[in-house]
Design a protein around this ligand. Structure first.
Ligand code: UDX
Length: 438
């Protein structure tokens, strides 16, 4: 089938590559000429495992192309996906100006029947607005609007797209639904068909629930710290209940990234707008903010004044396997340390170049080697759950540090092993048991 993706960011590009991989003819559109030039040169503007290989292969096979020309895109695809950003307004509500603009641009280019698919995360009822807009700018145009939310995670986006848990298609027309089902047939995944509004809501409700799970275990971690229990064991124990599940019960510094903080704020704003305020989610946000505060307090309790203290930080990305630093709690932490006068020596396997470009990048030392980041450090903080940090040779870390103090903000390390190696180890929610001293 021929399809077009408007917006070639994380979601658009990865979705386009995966559709091409299963045999469709995909044209990816973006209004940023630099991004399209980069892609046409054969470079990938983001780091996502497996994506570069998949793009290269499908470009070579002629199934994946790029353009800045939206009308060309609309003419190409029987199905036209909208995958543009939906950034937050200062009050947390969703800024839909890019969606509206694309709807306006699509409208005059519709010559034959099109399915316009909303892939971006949007408030419930946006589909109606998109349809209204297209009708206003192209009266009589033959099209249907469909909501098809995306559930991919950064860092495993390709795998999530190729083997999705479910595909949600919100459609009010049999014709559009049939095309969407054909499009997704090669993925052999469970398809849930709904009305448009329900599909739109599923995305915000799913992300909010996952964030709720994280804040739940983080709130439990605070109780563990106060009581001497171990949150890892508690998570294991409750996660073994199939009704609860172990996933997304990893206590840590809290959730970040381009989705959760934005989507939870948006869902709160949407609920308030509809006159049914979802106050539980405000608590989810509060717990998330608190997690970093408690961590900083524990660091201060140990080091007293942070000014002039050399602190090594491992991890800057908002999670493992990505170079994405948007709303990264690791970066918030570094900013706080810098604001208190600490000398931060930071390392991340993929996100260093992105941090180098920030004003913050000039206030810290970015070190290419995790061991060297620890030179002279009074504490090592693990801020991102990169698996390689757990594999690090801590026997080599210790002699490089001024004092062998490890604050593990992602519970990656084993407290007993760290104690055996002579570290004083502080995890999240690991109570007194986690502080192992030689
Ligand atoms: C999320 C959703 O998982 C995905 O379905 C949706 O499409 C987009 O938003 P993503 O933001 O890529 O994906 O990352 P995710 O793996 O969900 O992690 C989000 C944040 O939560 C990260 O900062 C991560 O460190 C944190 N996290 C995750 C925890 O603190 N504990 C956990 O148990 C899981």
């Amino acid at each position: 089938m021929k399809l077009t993706i408007i917006g070639s960011g994380y979601v658009g590009l990865t979705t386009g590559a995966c559709f091409a991989e299963v045999g469709h003819e995909v044209l990816c559109v973006d209004n940023d000429p630099r991004k399209i030039e980069t892609l046409l040169r054969g470079d990938i503007p983001i780091y996502e495992p497996g994506l570069a290989e998949m793009v290269t292969k499908n470009v070579a096979a002629g199934r994946l192309r790029f353009t800045t020309d939206t009308p060309e895109g609309v003419r190409h695809g029987d199905v036209v996906f909208i995958a543009v950003p939906t950034p937050p307004n200062p009050d947390g509500s969703v800024d839909l100006k890019f969606i509206e603009k694309v709807a306006r641009e699509i409208a005059p280019a519709i010559e034959t029947y099109k399915v316009i698919v909303d892939k971006s995360t949007v408030p419930v009822k946006t589909g109606e607005k998109v349809a209204e807009t297209i009708r206003r700018y192209a009266p009589g145009a033959d099209f249907d609007v469909v909501s098809n939310p995306e559930f991919l995670r950064e860092g495993s986006a390709v795998a999530d797209l190729m083997k999705p848990d479910r595909i949600v298609i919100g459609a009010n027309s049999e014709r559009a639904l049939a095309l969407m089902q054909r499009l997704y047939a090669p993925f052999h995944a469970a398809v849930l068909t709904t009305d448009i509004a329900s599909a739109e809501l599923i995305k915000h409700a799913a992300n909010s629930f996952l964030a709720l799970k994280i804040s739940y275990i983080n709130a439990v971690s605070a109780i563990c710290e106060a009581s001497g229990a171990d949150v890892e064991m508690v998570a294991e124990g409750i996660g073994m209940d199939k009704r609860i599940g172990r996933a997304f019960l990893n206590a840590g510094l809290g959730y970040g990234g381009s989705c959760f903080p934005k989507d939870i704020a948006a869902f709160i704003a949407i609920s308030e707008d509809l006159g049914v305020p979802f106050t539980l989610l405000k608590e989810v946000e509060r717990i998330n903010r608190d997690q970093l505060e408690r961590f900083l307090k524990r660091l201060r309790d140990k080091l007293w004044v942070l000014e002039e203290k050399k602190i090594a930080v491992w991890g800057l990305a908002f999670k493992q396997n990505t170079d994405d630093i948007r709303c990264s709690v690791a970066l918030d932490l570094v900013e706080r340390l810098v604001a208190e006068g600490a000398e931060v020596r930071a390392y991340d396997p993929k996100a260093m170049d992105r941090v180098r470009d920030l004003p913050l990048g000039e206030k810290i030392v970015l070190v290419d080697d995790p061991l060297a980041a620890c030179d002279g450090a009074e504490a090592l903080v693990i801020a991102t759950e990169w698996p390689q940090f757990a594999q690090a040779d801590f026997a080599k870390v210790k002699p490089r540090m001024l004092s062998p103090l490890v604050f593990d903000g992602r519970n990656l390390l084993d407290p007993a092993t760290m104690a055996r190696l002579g570290f004083e180890y502080h995890g999240i929610g690991r109570g007194a048991a986690s502080v192992g001293e030689e």
